[in-house]
Design a protein around this ligand. Sequence first.
Ligand code: ZN
Length: 129
Amino acid sequence: MRRVKGIRKNTLKMILEASKDTYPNEFGAILRVDDDGVIAELLLVPGTIQGEKSAIFQLHMLPPDFNVVGTIHSHPNGVCYPSEADQHLWSKFGGVHIICGHPYGPDNWRAFDNAGRELELEVMGVSRL
Ligand code: ZN
């Protein structure tokens, strides 16, 4: 898996906007890095089920892609920490996982590694949220 240096500000903005649009359901997507190792793209996985409880990723639908580094999903209850189900999924897939929580403001998100430990993820780029 690629080393992740940070996340583009525009990508983070897109995540927060999509989470707002999907509220009160969860939003979920796959994170992809660009050639510099910065998370810059979201992949929507076919068959991802978005409900009030969980965004279920159909990860077997993903084509092999070495720039895929992890997942993002929203928590409509506002709690920016992984559930047991999240930790289980993360232990099997990727290395960087983001949770953003309602009300999805610029600071309402956290990044974790695949053991559920909080990660510092630098927000990169010049555009303002
Ligand atoms: Zn969750």
